[in-house]
Design a protein around this ligand. Structure first.
Ligand SMILES: [Zn+2]
Length: 330
């Protein structure tokens, strides 16, 4: 039998390349590839997403101009289109304005872009700062959705770890198949759906010539929870707008407007009614997040403790969110 130090050496060989740089950072709710700051009036937030783009060697674009258009213009437009919005911090809404910066630094969000020759247009990510995402360009609107989706994996990993990211917040299996009891995508424009969700089925209004069409891409949006993670995972602050979630406090006025001072910490909520209707107040101590925060209700397949945490219901027998009327389940 090998002595322990030999075993450690074997494990080190396997894991050092992964652990070396990115691992400790991405699991601490920190996004090193973005920077956020408050406007001078503390009413809005500016976020700069830093990304790195390279061209696929096997499927290059026809011209350098076309590669640059995809890599610079479309990628920037994608981040703005899907991540501009509002974050609600407790009772206060802040407008979020996204810009981006392309830097030659692979420790930022790294995308390998390819001209697609396939009929179906997809992105692949393993994902995302550790191993670059591959994004295929079939047409502009599909590319923008895909590159924004792959960026979302970087946010999900930072917020909740690899499983939540790999299962698309519980809407897919680990091998990337949509859960059969998930929400059906409806693209009539009456609602937006989560950029990161997978769907078992699409209504015909999502299709254009047999593939997902512009109606599908126009209905998608990053969720408030992901935009908030993006902001607070990357914020640089001097405290002049108020103390941030998780900071120590003795009175509420010390905290960022919208937050409460609870158990001597600035926090977002202490009951569900303080959150948006599609969210619940998550106990921060449970996830070691450090503070209570409002989080989107979870789709089918996600772990849960009670009905309030789920889009539909929480099954008592296996603590998993599921769809269906409450009366059908014990
Ligand atoms: Zn994905």
């Amino acid at each position: 039998m090998l002595p322990n130090n030999k075993l450690v050496a074997v494990w080190s060989i396997c894991f050092v390349p992964i652990l070396a740089d990115n691992w400790p950072i991405i699991f601490q709710h920190k996004l090193e590839w973005a920077s956020s700051s408050f406007s001078s009036d503390c009413q809005s937030l500016d976020v700069v997403i830093k990304y790195y783009c390279t061209q696929s060697e096997s499927l290059p674009f026809d011209t350098d101009d076309e590669y640059r258009r995809v890599c610079n213009d479309l990628t920037t437009e994608a981040f703005e289109r899907y991540y501009n919005g509002e974050v609600k911090v407790g009772s206060q809404s802040y407008n979020v304005s996204i810009s981006s910066e392309m830097l030659e630094d692979p420790s930022h969000q790294h995308f390998i872009v390819s001209k697609s020759t396939r009929e179906e247009c997809k992105g692949l990510s393993v994902n995302n700062v550790i191993v670059p995402s591959e994004v295929y360009h079939c047409n502009d609107i599909q590319f923008k959705y895909t590159v924004a989706h792959e960026l979302g994996h970087g946010i999900l990993i930072a917020a909740d770890g690899i499983i939540n990211s790999a299962t698309h917040k519980g809407t897919s299996t680990l091998d990337q198949i949509a859960r059969p009891d998930g929400q059906i995508a409806n693209c009539d424009g009456s609602t937006t759906f989560d950029l990161m969700h997978y769907f078992p089925e699409y209504l015909p209004n999502c299709y254009d010539n047999g593939i997902r069409g512009s109606a599908f891409y126009e209905n998608a949006k990053a969720s408030e929870t992901e935009i908030q993670t993006l902001v607070f995972g990357s914020i640089e602050h001097d405290g002049s707008c108020g103390r941030f979630p998780g900071s120590d406090c003795s009175v509420e006025s010390e905290c960022l407007p919208g937050l409460i001072c609870l158990d001597s910490k600035c926090q977002e909520c202490d009951d569900n009614a303080m959150c948006l209707p599609n969210q619940f107040c998550e106990d921060g101590s449970f996830l070691d997040f450090g503070f209570n925060h409002c989080r989107d209700k979870k789709p089918s397949g996600s772990p849960c403790q009670n009905n309030d945490q789920c889009v539909d219901i929480c099954l008592a027998n296996n603590s998993t969110c599921a769809t269906g009327p409450l009366s059908e389940y014990p």
